[in-house]
Design a protein around this ligand. Sequence first.
Ligand SMILES: Cc1cc2nc3c(=O)[nH]c(=O)nc-3n(C[C@H](O)[C@H](O)[C@H](O)COP(=O)(O)OP(=O)(O)OC[C@H]3O[C@@H](n4cnc5c(N)ncnc54)[C@H](O)[C@@H]3O)c2cc1C
Length: 576
Amino acid sequence: MTLDCDVAIVGSGFAGSLLARVLAVQGYDVMLLERGTHPRFAIGESTTPLANLSLERLAKRYGLRDCYRLAAHGRWLAHHPELRRGLKRGFTYYRHHPGEPFADRGLDSERLLVAASPDDAIADVHWMRSDVDQHFVREAIAEGVDYRDRVEVTQAGFDEGGATLRGVRLGEPIEIRARFVVDASGPSGFLARQLAIPSGLERTRTRAGLVFSHFAGVRTMRELLPSLPAGPYPDDWAAVHHIIDEGWMYSLRFDDGVTSAGFLLTPRGVSSLGDAASGGADRLWAAMLERYPTIGAAFADATPTMPIAWLPRIQHRLTRAAGPRWVLLPHAYAFVDPLFSTGIAWGLRAVERLALAFEDAASGDRKPDAATLARYDAALSEEGDQIDLVVAGAYEALAHFDLFAAQAMLYFTSVSFAEVSQRLGAADDVSWKGFLGVSDPVLGPLARESFERLRGITRQRGAPGSAGERAEFVDWLGRAIAPRNVAGLADPERHNLYPVDFDVLMERHALLGMTREQLLERLPALRGLGPEPMFAEPAARARRDVASRPARGDFGPLQECAPDTNLPEWSTLKLR
Ligand SMILES: Cc1cc2nc3c(=O)[nH]c(=O)nc-3n(C[C@H](O)[C@H](O)[C@H](O)COP(=O)(O)OP(=O)(O)OC[C@H]3O[C@@H](n4cnc5c(N)ncnc54)[C@H](O)[C@@H]3O)c2cc1C
């Protein structure tokens, strides 16, 4: 069987499915090939304002109403309660020390909260990926994408006219002829193997292993530490990060009570665990809970809803992201670490860039031109380096909470400045802007400088440095980010508790190149106020004849969302 298409996309995570769907909207003939079946477990669940802005832009440009609705927790609940998700109001951090319960020292606790949204309705969302990815595949099929699951592609050959993919589906050989191939296969690196793309891992600095699962019955930090002073939002309805000597732990709570959790452990951290490190995932997990009593108390009665797993290294990186007839999505090209939740936002940004590139090519070659592919390749390379530097700096800063809280300000300044600029700016030129401060003359170079300064303080062996060295770093970072600090970050008077503060933003209007009046006029856009946009059918939309093309997929039912979903009582949101 030989099948012809304009674009073959290998891998149906959210990124592959969304790109497939957008290209189908543009009139391309798209095949989406998946090795497994949906629904399936996937890791990488926590969205950010930049990810949701990308979703909204894709929604508006290509008429994808569901993407707009899934870009804020309130809209999600109102329109897609059947897709499981969790409320994420911000980023919460606690510093724990081995053998000691978390110390509640009031406002002087080793605790950092940075709000990402002013209220629940427009808050970010943790995605239950099994539901969300399946939803996006269904929508891609509805748009006319030819989806085939259980396809094992074993060969890819490229020539002047396009690519030939060969493989097997359910024991039958399958051959696909495509003008262009997108590798959306994530870390399994389909094209990296086929094209023997060399690894670029040695140019990166972050290294960590991961022990993780999903759990039922996890207690909240608020239950365990009831007298901690209130923060800008309830601590647990966030991406919760537990900073520990050996690395850090994420804990993401879904509205139905399931928690996604994992420890990221540095090589030094793993070796400090002795026998526990070689005793399998369950033993490693238990050892971590035993070492950190407050985390242990949170998970004391928790039960894994799937086996606990251990990945000795999660980083990967390649040296090329594009060629004449192929391109890699970010997760196929590089992965650094979930610290700062960059993965989904970066993946969606790439979907936007490629969607625009295919728009430009629609009436010509029907594939992105060489200059655009080179630009894409260069962008991913620089951005991969930048993410690595910011995260590697944060790993150095694990040595002392003051250093960590300061380094986190570098990330939050980059993303809050980008968010405000994007909400205020024209949509079209946004997607090619550098991710995480890349190409910004102020923020761009800071990641490297900060990383080098931190390495000087920690002597590259986890030393906490002297009080003077730490104070100097905190002071330097505060001054260095000042030209982009529209969110009032790095302010000692906040005691590490940062709400979304529109008054500070108004005061700092000049940093955005705007007058106070201009900014005031645009404030509703920043607050996410206003009616749902109109989703007119785009003129260019050329829906395939879906009825005559039955989906070749194996779909289990979506999980029904329990009506008594455990949204906290303070929540302003209600299930429909
Ligand atoms: C521990 C961890 C935590 C993370 N947490 C976050 C987070 O909180 N926030 C965030 O933004 N990001 C996070 N990420 C990153 C996030 O997981 C990725 O950015 C995201 O999954 C990328 O999605 P994708 O659609 O590109 O690829 P994937 O989700 O990796 O999907 C790839 C798909 O391709 C299929 N496939 C693979 N090989 C083949 C083949 N040969 N043929 C056909 N199909 C194939 C797979 O079955 C899969 O369906 C995390 C990552 C890790 C490792």
